[in-house]
Design a protein around this ligand. Structure first.
Ligand code: SF4
Length: 386
C-alpha cells in the first residue's frame, strides 16, 4: 500500500483521486480498461489492494471474467473465514426522523404513522430474536436523537450484552465521545452509509437535516476508529450514482481506515435501492443489475481479503443463496424493518421492502445445505424451537 500520504484526510484523498466530484475522467478510464488489465489484476496477490487493481476489476472489461473472479473470491474467503456465515437480525427502534433523504420512506416529509420503541419494547423484540437463536443483533434507528439518544442506546446495549455476543448499530452519526460510550456499553460495530460519495448526487438526494452535510458524514468512520470500534461498516446506497466509481471511493475509504485504525475491521454492505413508502425505485437512474452487484462484491473481496461482506434481506432469496459462495461473511434473516415488527408484524410502516421473506430457520437450513457453519452458538435450539 502507498503510505506516502497517510496524513491526508479521507476528504483530501477522494478529492485528489477525483472520486467525490468531476468524475468524468473515471468514466473514460474505466471504458479504456482492457482484458490485459483485468488479467493483470487477477494475477496480482489475492486480497491485496490498489486503486488501479480495483478499477480493473469493476470495469466493463471485467464482466467477461466473472467466473475466474468468483473462483478466486470463493477460495480467498474460505482461506480467511472458513465455511462460516454470521447470521444477524435488525431491531428497528424508531421511524421518526429529522432528515429529508429522498430515497427513504422514513424521511420527515412523508406522512405516515410513525413509531418508536421504549427500552422495554426493544428488549421484548430482542428477546424474540434470542429465542430464535440469534446472538448477533443490529440496532437500527433513524435520526431521532431526542428519544433514541446516547443514554437510551447505552442502557439498551448494557441490557442486551447479557444475551447477545455481538451488538452492532446502524444509526445516525455520533461523535467520538458517544461512540466510545456505546463501545463501553457493549456495542462492537457501527455501520454508517455514506449513501453516495458523489458530492452533487449527495446534495440532490439529501434535501435537509443534519445528514445533508456531506463533509461531516464522511468524517464519521474516522470517529468510530478513534473510539476503538471493532467493526466499521461502510456502504453506499446502490442506485444513487454510478456503482463502478462508488466502488472505487469505497476502496479508498477502506484503505484510509485500515491504515489508521489497527483495532478495527472494515466491512462492506451492499444495499440496493428498494421501493419504500412514498419512494418508487424505478425513478432512480443508477439501479444495479444482479450481475453488477456480483461484480462489485467480487472486486472488493479480491482487494480486501479480511473485509466482512454483508448482505441483507433486501435481496431476494435465490440471489442470496448464490451470493453466499462468492465471499459473503454475514447475512440477516427473518428481518422486520419497522419498529415493533417482530411482535406485531403489520403495525407500522417499513423502511424498505424486504425481499427474502424466509424465516431464520429456513435460511439456516439453506446455509447448512450449502455446507456452511453458522457462527451462532445456539443454532440447534432454534431448530428445536420451531
Ligand atoms: S435514510 Fe435514515 S436519515 Fe435519511 S430519512 Fe431515512 S431514516 Fe432518516
Amino acid at each position: 500500500m502507498d503510505n506516502s500520504r497517510t496524513k491526508d484526510t479521507i476528504h483530501d484523498t477522494l478529492k485528489r483521486r477525483r472520486l467525490d466530484a468531476n468524475r468524468d475522467s473515471w468514466q473514460a478510464a474505466l471504458q479504456r480498461t482492457t482484458a490485459a488489465d483485468v488479467e493483470a489484476a487477477l494475477a496480482s496477490r489475492p486480497g491485496s489492494y490498489s486503486l488501479d487493481k480495483l478499477a480493473a476489476l469493476v470495469s466493463p472489461a471485467a464482466e467477461a471474467y466473472l467466473e475466474p473472479m468468483a473462483r478466486a473470491a470463493h477460495q480467498l474467503t474460505i482461506q480467511r473465514f472458513g465455511r462460516t456465515i454470521r447470521l444477524y437480525a435488525p431491531v428497528y427502534l424508531s421511524s421518526y426522523c429529522v432528515n429529508r433523504c429522498r430515497y427513504c420512506g422514513f424521511n420527515t416529509d412523508n406522512d405516515f404513522t410513525r413509531a418508536r420503541l421504549s427500552i422495554d419494547e426493544a428488549l421484548a423484540e430482542a428477546e424474540i430474536l434470542a429465542s430464535e437463536g440469534f446472538r448477533d443483533i443490529l440496532l437500527v434507528s433513524s435520526e431521532d436523537k431526542r428519544f433514541i439518544g446516547a443514554d437510551y442506546l447505552e442502557e439498551l446495549a448494557t441490557a442486551l450484552r447479557k444475551r447477545f455476543s455481538f451488538i452492532g448499530v446502524e444509526i445516525y452519526q455520533m461523535d467520538v465521545a458517544d461512540y466510545r460510550r456505546l463501545f463501553e456499553a457493549g456495542v462492537e460495530g457501527v455501520t454508517l452509509y455514506q449513501e453516495t460519495y458523489d458530492r452533487d448526487a449527495y446534495a440532490h438526494y439529501h434535501l435537509g437535516g443534519p445528514k445533508a452535510d456531506y463533509d461531516q458524514r464522511l468524517a464519521g468512520p474516522d470517529d468510530m476508529g478513534a473510539a476503538g470500534m471493532r467493526e466499521i461498516g461502510l456502504g453506499v446506497l446502490l442506485g444513487l450514482a454510478d456503482w463502478r466509481i462508488e466502488t472505487l471511493a469505497l476502496g479508498e475509504h477502506a484503505r484510509h481506515l485500515i491504515q489508521r485504525y489497527w483495532r478495527s475491521h472494515v466491512s462492506f454492505s451492499f444495499p440496493r435501492l428498494r421501493a419504500a413508502c412514498g419512494v418508487s425505485a424505478e425513478t432512480f437512474p443508477h439501479l444495479l443489475t444482479d450481475k453488477n452487484l456480483v461484480q462489485m462484491m467480487l472486486a472488493l473481496r479480491l482487494c480486501f481479503s479480511d473485509a466482512g461482506l454483508v448482505i441483507s434481506t433486501r435481496e431476494p432469496a435465490d440471489l442470496r443463496d448464490r451470493l453466499i459462495e462468492l465471499g459473503v461473511t454475514r447475512m440477516s434473516a427473518g428481518s422486520r424493518t419497522n419498529p415493533g415488527g417482530y411482535s406485531e408484524s403489520d403495525k407500522n410502516t417499513e423502511q424498505f421492502t424486504v425481499h427474502d421473506q424466509r424465516s431464520p430457520a429456513e435460511v439456516g437450513a439453506m446455509l447448512r445445505e450449502h455446507g456452511f457453519d453458522l457462527v451462532w452458538k445456539d443454532w440447534d435450539c432454534a431448530f428445536l424451537n420451531t
